[in-house]
Write a protein that binds this ligand. Structure first.
Ligand SMILES: *[C@@H]1O[C@H](CO)[C@@H](O)[C@H](O)[C@H]1NC(C)=O
Ligand SMILES: *[C@@H]1O[C@H](CO)[C@@H](O)[C@H](O)[C@H]1NC(C)=O
Ligand SMILES: [Zn+2]
Length: 234
């Protein structure tokens, strides 16, 4: 009798498991389709206690920072290493990184120099998330004219990021980025450890369309202008 019951139960489970599996996977894929990552502005508003009703981000940060952020802290984990000399609170650099790390659709960076590896790594992570990243920099700082300590450009290119260089006797002196065509970061800050830790620098973060839009257009204009020329070999 008990064997018959066990057999009946096993049959019921075997018969029911298929539709149950089907229902669960349908619900899950429906939830996945409805799941939308929050926009960059939403993320920044929440992180910096900007009322969501304003739907506009304005934030100004100043350098130097007192130290470089701890890697574990940056990735959102608790750091229990008593010998860790990284900084475990928000700094100006972590604010800048939060813009790069939260962007979803596109990232256009136009900076004089990139030697800060935290920023270089953030660009690569962004690219690896599937966000198209474009970088414009000055030829003299691209690492092509000899070794430059900490130059990130070779690393960015090796990771598959599109980099274009300006080369003339004039400087590509811009220091701005546009994330998701909706947030502009601009200021004196060049992307070096010396600027993070030593220099007095400013950065302004804004989603004001009247400011963002001209930078979007200027980036596109420069991007096309610095398209590498076809080398004709005959
Ligand atoms: C961008 O930053 C530079 C350098 O600080 C500054 O001269 C320029 O006025 C800024 N542009 C805007 C729109 O704030
Ligand atoms: C930062 O940028 C300026 C140009 O604005 C450049 O002259 C200087 O060498 C850079 N500083 C560092 C530490 O790379
Ligand atoms: Zn730490």
């Amino acid at each position: 009798m008990t064997i018959a019951k066990i057999f009946l139960l096993a049959t019921c489970i075997a018969v029911a498991s298929d539709p149950i599996y089907h229902i669960i996977t349908t619900l899950f894929s429906k939830w996945r389709r409805n799941y939308k990552p929050r926009s960059l502005i939403d993320v920044l508003c929440q992180r910096y206690n900007i009322p969501p009703s304003s739907k506009n981000v304005h934030k100004v940060i100043f350098f130097p920072d007192t130290g470089l952020p701890c890697r574990r802290f940056l990735s959102g984990h608790a750091c229990k290493d008593p010998r860790c000399y990284g900084v475990h609170h928000e700094t100006s650099l972590t604010v800048l990184l939060s813009v790069i790390n939260s962007c979803l659709h596109s990232l256009d960076v136009c900076v004089y120099m990139i030697t800060c590896s935290s920023l270089g790594n953030a660009l690569i992570e962004c690219h690896e998330r599937g966000v198209p990243v474009r970088v414009i920099t000055d030829e003299r700082n691209s690492g092509e004219e000899g070794e430059m300590t900490g130059c990130q450009i070779g690393k960015l290119r090796a990771a598959g990021i599109n980099v274009r260089c300006h080369s003339s006797s004039f400087w590509m002196h811009h220091k701005f980025l546009v994330a998701d065509i909706e947030v502009l970061v601009n200021g004196s800050f060049n992307w070096t450890n010396q600027a993070v830790m030593g220099n007095f620098e400013n950065l302004m973060i804004t989603s004001d369309k009247d400011l963002v839009h001209p930078y979007v257009e200027e980036f596109q204009r420069l991007w096309e202008k610095f398209e590498p020329k076809e080398v004709v070999v005959d």
